[in-house]
Design a protein. Structure first.
Length: 159
C-alpha cells in the first residue's frame, strides 16, 4: 500500500516520527497523534512494515488487534487458533540462560533466576511474502508487527 492509499484509509496524514533516514526509507506515525503505538516503515513510498510498539515501555493499546482479533494480551494458543501453523523462536537478542550464565549469576550472589525470554511467534502468508510476528512474554502477546518479508524480520528499520 502506498502512503497516499494508507492516508485515505486512515483518514489521516502520516508524518515522520523522527527525521527521515532517507526519502526512500523512514518511519512514520499518524500526524494527528492517534494510535500512537502504531508505526509505519515506509520503503520507496510504500508501507513495508506496520508495528504496534511503544518505545517508552508503556503497554500498547490492547484494543488494537489484527484481522483475526489477535493483539496485546492474546495467548500463543490464540495465535495458533487464528493462524494454524506458526514458527516459534527466541525474540531478537533473547536466549535461554546457559549453565555458564547461571554459574556467573550465582557467583555474583544473584539467586533469582532471570525472567523468561521473549519469543517470536511468526505466522507467514501462504505465498511466504508477508508475515505477522507476535512477540510474547510468558505466553502472552506484548507487541506485534506485520509486513513484507524480509523487512518485517528486522528490528532495525531502514538500516
Amino acid at each position: 500500500m502506498t502512503v497516499a492509499e494508507a492516508e485515505r484509509a486512515l483518514n489521516a496524514k502520516l508524518g515522520p516520527m523522527e527525521p527521515p533516514y532517507t526519502k526512500e526509507c523512514y518511519v512514520a506515525s499518524r500526524a494527528d497523534g492517534k494510535d500512537e503505538a502504531l508505526s509505519y516503515v515506509i520503503v520507496d513510498g510504500r508501507i513495508a512494515v506496520i508495528y504496534l510498539f511503544l518505545d517508552d515501555g508503556r503497554r500498547p493499546d490492547p484494543k488494537i488487534v489484527d484481522a483475526n482479533g489477535v493483539g496485546v494480551g492474546s495467548t500463543e494458543a490464540d495465535i495458533a487458533g487464528a493462524y494454524g501453523a506458526t514458527e516459534r523462536t527466541f525474540a531478537l537478542y533473547e536466549s535461554e540462560e546457559t549453565e555458564e550464565d547461571k554459574a556467573e549469576r550465582l557467583k555474583q550472589g544473584v539467586t533469582e533466576p532471570p525472567p523468561a525470554p521473549n519469543h517470536w511467534v511468526i505466522a507467514k502468508s501462504p505465498d511466504a511474502k508477508r508475515a505477522i510476528i507476535f512477540e510474547t512474554r510468558d505466553d502472552k502477546v506484548i507487541y506485534w508487527r506485520t509486513g513484507i518479508l524480509p523487512a518485517v524480520m528486522s528490528w532495525e528499520d531502514c538500516i
